[in-house]
Write a protein that binds this ligand. Sequence first.
Ligand code: PGA
Length: 255
Amino acid sequence: MTDPPRPLMAGNWKMNGLSGDGLALAAELVRRAASAKGEEAPACDLLVCPPASLLWRVAEALSQSPIAAGGQDCHADAEGAHTGDISAEMLKDAGASYAIVGHSERRAGHSETDALVRAKAEAALGAGLCAIICIGETEAQYGAGETLGVIEKQLAGSLPDGPGAAEVVVAYEPVWAIGTGLTPSLDEIAAVHAHIRGILGGASAEGGVMRILYGGSVNPANAAEILGLEEVNGALVGGASLNADDFWTIARSCP
Ligand code: PGA
């Protein structure tokens, strides 16, 4: 039996944060990380993904801390005529070590397909970033009992071939749980994560130790029980990551 991977606690600020509040939040997390010793330190890797406008400055603020910075999306191409987009190389250049790809808000709001998400993940890997690949069923799919089938299809279509365990993180985020205060039951989360682990582990030895995050309305009150589930190797946190107290409490809830 292999040891479970070290959990990852990732904050996704989404389209929130100007230089004032965003840099203050980063500074507060750095202060906490510096003063948390031994037992006080969260038992996980820490990551914040600010909006692109703040990435450079947030990454600089975090540079002397154990907290990594990441982008929220990247284009599949390295450069070129793509007005308004940002490449994985640019994220890396701005100080990122991770890139979220295929978030449901990108899939739904920008019509991103599995094939595009896979191309973005490949671009992230090519730039030396770890790709956090998001998957998850909609409310209608959940209601129709299609969750596991949807997950299988998204995994098959969105994951690059043969990535290393350090290069890819899978984030299971039920669309209906994002920003709603609703979450699946603990049994449901455990069942989906076990299913994902079975697929990843069946594909490669690396997949047996790749991190699988849960995301969707994680908060200080529910974090410990979700993070305590087998095959839940951390969380992707949206709303609660905008508050230093909440994000820190969630990170400290890692077993
Ligand atoms: P939420 O968002 O924590 O606000 O539900 C999670 C996410 O979208 O990554």
